[in-house]
Ligand binder design. Structure first.
Ligand SMILES: [Zn+2]
Length: 529
């Protein structure tokens, strides 16, 4: 059942800086979008074949040229800013009407440029490297990032319905919001914001040291002075060089995702149910941390995870436990290896922990040394040693002993296999129980302060509550369909599946049958009561 990860599509994005105050433009993706809905990101999007046809001035690298065009086109489409020489001579109204022509496909971007004698100049774009969406995502992009200065007379706005809350923000303020878990940020955007913030802090310090610079206003505007939006300007080049170096050092790969300052999601390749290809391992906390679902049986995956955990151990951070959420095979295989690794390399004894019922299912296979009860709290610490509570909730249904974890302060739920970002949840008796599953969904939905969730497969979800509600609605709808199938003569689980699951991947037939059995079990029990 092993699926191949999706092939990344070419894309470009713009880190648009405000010349006047060094703020950067970001926007929130519409929460309804399937790909990173609700996340904050930079303007950008997929490369179009027509992008190749537009000539870019001062660009010796043709391959990069098409991405500059893509970046300029997307910036115009999404936030209405025209990054073209000559764009400033147009009035706001003219730009709006050109935008309308482009969106309604009355004119192509090339036609707009030609008709108004506008030119794309590579000197206005500083290439800062590329980043590739991690393999666990069903949709993937290889995105080239460019630094550019926003032309002073143009004001960005949400020019398409896919975006909202378009704003210029100090990089540090953006990070502060993320630190407080007010926003989800796409991984490459988070990395860029960190660099931009460090860069402006550094320049601010230098400016304070150097009195002459204070007179030039640099202390207020560390990212400014992009004279003529040219990449020859020193601050743009310096900052761009750091961003580019970071991307090159990582070969554009994102191995893990920081969901918030406390939680790292480390997707590991596993033999899981299609369309998912990975299981999310979570490292929660830093100075005091736990590892949840070190799931991969593959050595390369284990080594990658160990390298990150080793870097924590070498900073004297303490691993409290290696936790198994439930006994399914795509959540197992790395926990004992990790335990042995920590013992052999550092002489550390870290217990493997799970719910009692999981330990029961794993008897003879995995030795569970610590039981975790419903409501049990871990006292963990972040990178700065600040303490926080991390609570285990026993939520049976998908598996008898399934544990999910909640950080109430940040409103962040690690929902295990109960609710996933990508793929489907199977309720297969006897481990699975539909009545318990629905009760668990209700319980999770009603958690106080609930904001975001991240399941064991796929990306974090922006609106946790409505995601859980949609899961409940989906199950109730399924139940209705099953009752109708029975009414119309279906007798066995297989017959019901044939009526209800139209166009099902044949590999999933057995599991669909199990799900139907789980519904039937629930219905029978309800009839008895
Ligand atoms: Zn599972």
């Amino acid at each position: 059942m092993n699926q191949k990860p999706a092939t990344p599509k070419d894309a470009a994005a713009v880190i648009l800086l405000n010349d006047a105050d060094g703020k950067v433009l970001w926007a929130q993706r519409n929460p309804q979008l399937a790909f990173l809905g609700g996340y904050h990101a930079f303007p950008g999007g997929k490369l179009e074949t027509s992008d190749v046809l537009i000539k870019v001035e001062n660009c010796p690298d043709e391959d990069l040229g098409k991405f500059i065009v893509c970046a300029a086109r997307e910036t115009f489409e999404e936030v209405g800013v025209l990054l073209a020489r000559g764009g400033d001579k147009l009035t706001k109204g003219q730009r709006a009407s050109l935008h309308d022509d482009l969106i309604s496909q009355r004119m192509t971007f090339a036609e707009i440029l030609e008709h108004w004698n506008l030119r794309i100049d590579a000197n206005g774009f500083y290439y800062t490297g590329f980043w590739t969406t991690p393999q666990f995502s069903p949709v993937r992009f290889r995105t080239r990032f460019f630094l550019a200065a926003c032309p002073p007379k143009q004001e960005p706005y949400a020019a398409i319905s896919e975006l909202q809350n378009v704003e210029f923000i100090q990089p540090q303020d953006a990070l502060d919001r993320w630190n407080k878990s007010k926003v989800l940020i796409a991984p490459p955007v988070l990395l860029s914001l960190k660099t931009l913030s460090e860069f402006s802090t550094e320049r601010r310090k230098n400016a304070e040291r150097d009195k002459k610079n204070i007179n030039s206003g640099l202390e207020n505007n560390p990212l400014s002075s992009f004279e003529n939006s040219s990449n020859n300007s020193a601050p743009l080049r310096l900052c761009g060089e750091i961003l580019l170096k970071n991307s090159q050092a990582a070969s554009g790969q994102i191995n893990y995702i920081e969901l918030n300052p406390r939680v790292i999601c480390f997707p590991l390749k596993t033999d899981t149910l299609p369309p998912a290809t990975h299981t999310n391992c979570f490292i929660v906390g830093r100075k005091q941390f736990v590892v949840i679902d070190a799931a991969s049986k593959a050595e390369t995956e284990q080594n990658a995870l160990h390298a990150l955990i080793d870097s924590f151990i070498e900073k004297d951070f303490l691993c409290q436990a290696i936790i198994v959420t439930h006994p399914h095979q795509d959540h197992l295989g790395g926990e004992t290896v990790l335990q042995a690794h920590l013992f052999n390399k550092y002489n550390l004894q870290v217990p493997i922990a799970a719910h009692r019922l999981t330990a029961e299912s794993l008897a003879g296979k995995v030795d569970i040394q610590k039981f975790i009860e419903d409501g049990e709290t871990f006292d963990l610490q972040d990178e700065n040693g600040e303490e926080f509570k991390f609570t285990a909730l026993h939520t049976p249904g998908h598996a008898r002993g399934l544990l999910v974890f909640y950080d109430e302060e940040l409103g962040f739920l690690l929902s295990g296999d109960n609710v996933v970002g990508f793929g489907s949840v199977v309720i297969a008796p006897p481990e699975g129980n539909m009545k318990f599953y629905l009760q668990s969904l209700e319980r999770m939905k009603n958690l106080p302060n609930l904001r975001f969730l991240c399941g064991s497969h796929g990306a974090a979800v922006f609106d946790a509550k409505s995601k859980i509600e949609s899961y409940i609605a989906h199950r109730m709808e399924r139940e209705k369909q099953i009752l109708e199938a029975i009414k119309s003569g279906a007798k066995t689980a297989r017959e019901i599946v044939e009526k209800v699951y139209v166009g099902l991947n044949p590999e999933l037939l057995k599991l669909a049958e199990k799900s139907v059995e789980a519904h039937l079990e629930k219905l029978q029990e309800e009839q008895r009561n």
